[in-house]
Design a protein around this ligand. Structure first.
Ligand code: CA
Length: 433
């Protein structure tokens, strides 16, 4: 029987005020890597309201004395990988310690002004870093609506979905070296493109830079080379989730993608949100994804339970250089995805491919059923035929230099939100030299 998890009790409150619309109430407790100031070393933190709780300070004071964390020394680290490698038991143990400390049930932090000053850093002073040393990065293509939209644009309505799509969680091996944390700006890429009416390709700046609204998850534990993961216990290897923007150069993509799929169109940058939200925090928001009955999936991908996804509201905002504020251009939801994270991870390993702690698996663009829920400029502007209009009179078909794209996401609880914060990046002009 499922044990009651006190860390997600809606009635639980921190011993200091947290606004009701904060993404980081005591029920969330997402993990990240931060510096308490630009010149100080990186360490593990937890977002709580407008603060970051420094776990290395708590660890130095002996707070983490349970069987999975005692003596492990995993919080004074530049990446989360060592902590992640301890598996879900250590993550749950850490959550329980932190929850008791922040609620005041364990009053050692609450009653110690000096410790509070050292352990609770205003978020405005914290410098967020890439949280995970990412080993391999794989990007899936798991939204039926997105795959149908793109397929319709490029092959027509009758051939929109390829014959394999409803049987296989389609994906490709991406590039981990250019995954960056939110706040990192990226230059417009140069590349080879070919216009439909040109007789040969040319080289120059991409003219069709786009974002893709995605989420991703980090693997912990994994499997040995030659062994496989199964639907039975694969969720134990999903350590936590983040927002992902898979920046894309559509003109480069169009010319290069046959026959092996995306390559340089996707490798100039992928942004992730700095806070990793755990399966424990998301448990109250479990939801059923689309039915997979027509056709039925093969046995190795059959879910053990129906609710393998989460109800997570997603939004995208765009702010051009001459706009006074960001404007919402997309409203979607994680639960629209056809293939679940569990199925993606099982499928990835089914050949005996070894998945490792720190691997990032992203969902693919998360488009919904309506035109305002499409997760890319390609779909929102329908390949440039329906430009988006903004209040200052500007229009966009794709992204211009100086445009910032802000992804955000949250699950709505009863009186609280389990949020992901923002995943933000700006398109800079082509780099000189
Ligand atoms: Ca993608």
């Amino acid at each position: 029987m499922a044990q009651f998890d006190s860390t997600t009790d809606p009635k639980l409150k921190a011993f200091f005020d947290i606004p009701a619309d904060s993404h980081f109430p005591i029920q969330n407790l997402p993990f990240g890597i931060f510096r308490p100031g630009a010149k100080r070393s990186a360490r593990v933190g937890v977002a709580i309201g407008d603060y970051v709780l420094d776990l290395s300070v708590l660890d130095n004071h002996g707070f983490f004395d349970g069987p999975n964390l005692r003596g492990q020394d995993v919080f004074d680290e530049r990446y989360l990988n060592e902590f992640m490698d301890l598996g879900k038991e250590a993550r749950i143990e850490a959550r329980q310690v932190i929850s008791r400390v922040l609620s005041g049930e364990d009053d050692r932090l609450k009653n110690d002004a000096d410790l509070r000053k050292r352990a609770l850093i205003p978020m405005s002073e914290a410098v967020m870093e890439l949280p995970v040393q990412i080993g391999d990065y794989t990007d899936f293509y798991s939204s039926r609506e997105h795959a149908t939209n793109v397929g319709t644009m490029f092959r027509g309505k009758d051939n929109a979905l390829q014959p394999n799509w409803l049987h296989i969680p389609v994906g490709y091996h991406g590039r981990s070296s250019s995954v960056v944390v939110s706040g990192t700006d990226l230059h417009r890429p140069m590349g080879q493109t070919k216009a439909d009416d040109a007789d040969k390709p040319s080289f120059g700046p991409s003219r069709l830079v786009d974002f893709e609204l995605e989420m991703g998850f980090f693997v912990s534990g994994g499997n040995d080379l030659g062994s496989t993961l199964s639907m039975k216990d694969v969720e134990d290897h999903i350590w936590g989730l983040a927002l992902v923007n898979d920046w894309s150069a559509r003109d480069i993509q169009k010319w290069e993608y046959v026959p092996l799929g995306p390559f340089l169109a996707k490798n100039f940058g992928t942004s992730i949100s700095p806070w990793i939200v755990t399966p424990e925090a998301l448990k109250p928001f479990r939801a059923e994804g689309p039915k997979q009955t027509n056709p039925e999936v093969l046995d190795y991908l059959k879910p053990e339970r129906p609710d393998l996804t989460y109800d997570i509201n997603l939004e995208v905002m765009l702010r051009g250089e001459n706009m006074d504020k960001p404007h919402k251009i997309c409203t979607s939801n994680f639960k629209y995805l056809y293939w679940s994270m569990a199925q993606q991870l099982v499928h990835h390993s089914i050949t005996g491919c070894n998945m490792r702690t720190g691997d990032l698996l992203a969902s693919g663009t998360i488009s919904g059923p309506t035109e305002d829920s499409y997760g890319s400029m390609l779909e929102l502007s329908w390949r440039g035929s329906k430009p988006l209009k903004f209040p200052n009179g500007e229009e966009r078909k794709f992204l211009q230099d100086g445009d910032s794209v802000i992804l955000t996401g949250w699950a709505q609880g009863d009186g609280y939100r389990v949020g992901f914060g923002n995943c933000e990046g700006k398109v800079l002009p082509v780099r000189e030299g």
